[in-house]
Ligand binder design. Sequence first.
Ligand SMILES: C[S@@+](CC[C@H](N)C(=O)[O-])C[C@H]1O[C@@H](n2cnc3c(N)ncnc32)[C@H](O)[C@@H]1O
Length: 271
Amino acid sequence: MQGLSKTVAGARFERLSRLAERLTGQHLDSRKTFLAEVRLKPAMAMLGSETVDDLLERLEQGVSSNLVSYVADALTNGETWFFRERQALQTVIDHALKTEAGHTPRIWCTGAASGQESYSLAILSEEMRGEAGGIEILATDIGHRATRRAEAGIYTHFEIQKGLSAARMLAHFERVGDRNWQACERLRDRLAVRQHNLLDGPVRKEAFDIVLARHVLSDMSDRCRVTALQSLVRGLRPGGWLLTGAGEAIPGGHGLIRDGGLGPGFYRKQA
Ligand SMILES: C[S@@+](CC[C@H](N)C(=O)[O-])C[C@H]1O[C@@H](n2cnc3c(N)ncnc32)[C@H](O)[C@@H]1O
């Protein structure tokens, strides 16, 4: 009996895994199958499916792009925190502030999850340039819940403490209710947030001076990593920079040069 349920669980993992790769490019972590099934509830409610197997059957027949974003919330890893790999974020802002006069630097933060990385950039930009700011930051993610959370900028007490100093928390966030903190309106106004799948091409062509893709590509299948990388490169303006996460390797070519100029993880698009 136990053997049979193991087979059922294995077969379901295979189906979830195929779906995750097709819709998001990501490998599904087998240890998180149960969590994925719980997180599929909003998609089940949308389609009126009573069981995960019924939902899978429907999703295997075709998925609208709206539904992809709900399913993606369940199948991807959204782990993030404030000022993750902080030196690289500081370099992004230092470099953006050096761009020629009369040009507003544009940063595209892909796989932005619940927004901590983009708010960290917004905080650095404000601290260095004052409230005038002057850097455009676009945060995108495939997930519906992730993008709604990034837009709202609301974090639990546990999340707000992860990577953020008390001084920055008090300067840039306001208490909401007993347990949460919200990015102040001024900081939220510095970000634009959009839902976007990296497998669908760039959000805008040749528009960005710097594109961040940190901890997004490493869990993708080889084929999808190349597709996503092409989207990132097409989003960069010639001579612009791509930043990957610490220790992440990307396939060679695609018009990118590993140029040590800005430090580890940075690649420059050929001008
Ligand atoms: C591990 S988080 C990384 C968050 C942040 N970049 C950081 O480094 O802290 C990865 C995020 O990538 C998003 N993601 C995964 N596949 C994607 C795709 N095909 N298109 C856009 N975003 C994707 C996930 O939804 C998740 O929120």
